[in-house]
Every structure is written in structure tokens, then in C-alpha cells.
Design a protein around this ligand. Structure first.
Ligand code: BTN
Length: 267
């Protein structure tokens, strides 16, 4: 195998060093979440399964958003069977937040001193710019199979934001831009899965350290925000994130707990 055709990530190492049981690596695919959803529907799934791609042709974000990632980005989706977690559908923000905290752990180790935070429910930011997006999906699978969840993670590692499309120029950043150095993608991935396993365990055991972390990291606290919740829009001042992962919005009518929606800071 020539050095160019060797995958950037060795599946054997992922299997040896993490709780992942199966790795599905793609040079190119539409979206790792699409592939992971197919795995989630299969009775042959060995969970957790990790789907990785060096390039996505149709990477997806929340809602109708697309996900841009140049070469050197980490684009991965994990299919989990979270039997131990209390995985009520309306509580899905907690999975997204636990993942965001795990991503924070990994970035904080590599970029000490960087101003990191979580923008509820699925973004990790550095200096107000997005460095990671998370897309949690609960596929509609046969009742014969255990409940499964897909967690898509797009972490900007060695894809310098200097090469991002101009319309995204001010919104994102990457680990290599923040630290001024490239990072070993395989090391970052192994660390991320290990951190994720630990944070999901905290979610399953209701360890207060986890909500404490997302409370501290919330970048929206005390800011005026607008939240689109389906056809409804509310405005107010963010009072943080509670233990269930709900965003707290102080409105004229009192504090509203929001479990899903698109948030926009106002001013
Ligand atoms: C968002 O910010 O709205 C979520 C972005 C999630 C992007 C990741 S990249 C890996 C996985 N595959 C996708 O198509 N999306 C997620």
C-alpha cells in the first residue's frame, strides 16, 4: 500500500484502545450519519460502531444546515445502544451536551488557555467561533432491535479555516488554527472516544459532575437570545442549562425550559 492510499486512521488501534467494537472507514461518503443510520437499522450491528470518512460529499448539520469540512477534519459518527442511559426522546439534548463536554475535554488538553465553551445544544466554540458541531439522531428502527442512537461529530482539527468557503469565514475555526500546529488525527480520535465513553458513563449514572461541566461551559448565559421552537419563537435572557440539559430562557412570562430548537444570540 502506498503512503497516499493508507487510511489516516488505523481501525485496529481504535478497536484495541477504545470501547468501539466495529469500525467502518470510508475514503469518501455522503455523510457518516447517513451510513451510521443504516448500521443502526441492521440486526448485524456490533455496538458501538464507528463510521469514519476522510471526505463527506453531503455532510449534514442540524435542521437544513450543511456541514463543510476540508481535508484534515475529523468527521465521524458513532452508533450506540445506550441501554444504561435513560434515553427519553425529549431528553436528547443531554446526549448532545455530554458529547460536547467530551469534545471540550479533548480540545482543552491540546489548546490550554483557549477560550472554549458550549453553545447549547450542540456546538463547541473557541473564541466565539465554532470548532465542532454535533448531530444526534435517533433512527426509527424496528421494535425488535434495542434502541440505538447515532452521534455525528464534526471536529475541525487540521482543516485550517483559512480554506473555508468565504460565506463561512467568520463563523468557524479549527484546532490547528488555534494552536498553530497540526495534530495527529488518530490520537485526537482515540482521546475523543475515550472521553466520550467516560462522559456517557457519567450520564448513565447521573453523576453531577457532567451537568456541572455543561453549566460552566454555557456561552449563552446572561445573553439575550431568540429560540425557534418549531413554529414558535421566544425571546429572553438565557439563564444557563439545567441538569436535564434544558436551556433556561427568562421571558416576560417566567423561565421557560427548552429541550429542542435553534438558538440565535441577539446582540
Ligand atoms: C451542526 O453543527 O449542526 C452539526 C454538525 C454535525 C457534523 C457531523 S460531521 C460527521 C457527521 N456526519 C454528518 O453528515 N454530520 C455529522
Amino acid at each position: 500500500m502506498s503512503p497516499d492510499s493508507r487510511p489516516l486512521i488505523d481501525p485496529g488501534r481504535i478497536l484495541r484502545e477504545t470501547f468501539v467494537r466495529h469500525v467502518d472507514v470510508h475514503r469518501e461518503t455522503t455523510s457518516t450519519n447517513d451510513v451510521a443510520v443504516q448500521w443502526a437499522m441492521s440486526s448485524r450491528l456490533a455496538a458501538p460502531t464507528l463510521v469514519l470518512a476522510e471526505r463527506q460529499t453531503a455532510g449534514r448539520g442540524r435542521g437544513a444546515h450543511r456541514w463543510w469540512s476540508g481535508p484534515g477534519a475529523l468527521t465521524a459518527s458513532l452508533v450506540l445502544e445506550p441501554r444504561k442511559c435513560e434515553l427519553l426522546l425529549e431528553r436528547w439534548p443531554r446526549i448532545s451536551l455530554a458529547t460536547a463536554v467530551a469534545v471540550y475535554d479533548v480540545i482543552a488538553e491540546r489548546a490550554p488557555g483557549a477560550r472554549l465553551g458550549i453553545k447549547w445544544p450542540n456546538d463547541v466554540q473557541c473564541d466565539g467561533r465554532k470548532i465542532c458541531g454535533i448531530l444526534v439522531e435517533v433512527p426509527n428502527i424496528s421494535a425488535r432491535l434495542p434502541r440505538r442512537v447515532v452521534m455525528g461529530i464534526g471536529l475541525n482539527v487540521n482543516n485550517s479555516w483559512r480554506h473555508a468557503p468565504s460565506e463561512l469565514a467568520d463563523s468557524g475555526t479549527s484546532l490547528c488554527d488555534v494552536t498553530g500546529a497540526e495534530h495527529n488525527l488518530e490520537d485526537v480520535l482515540v482521546a475523543l472516544i475515550s472521553r466520550l465513553e467516560r462522559r456517557l458513563e457519567q450520564l448513565a449514572t447521573l453523576d453531577p459532575a457532567l451537568p456541572e461541566a455543561w453549566r460552566t461551559l454555557c456561552v449563552l448565559r446572561e445573553r439575550r437570545i431568540e429560540v425557534e421552537i418549531g413554529p414558535r419563537t421566544i425571546q429572553g435572557v438565557c439563564a444557563g442549562i439545567d441538569g436535564d440539559g434544558a436551556l433556561l430562557v427568562g421571558t416576560d412570562k417566567g423561565v421557560e425550559r427548552v429541550f429542542g430548537g435553534i438558538v440565535k444570540p441577539l446582540a
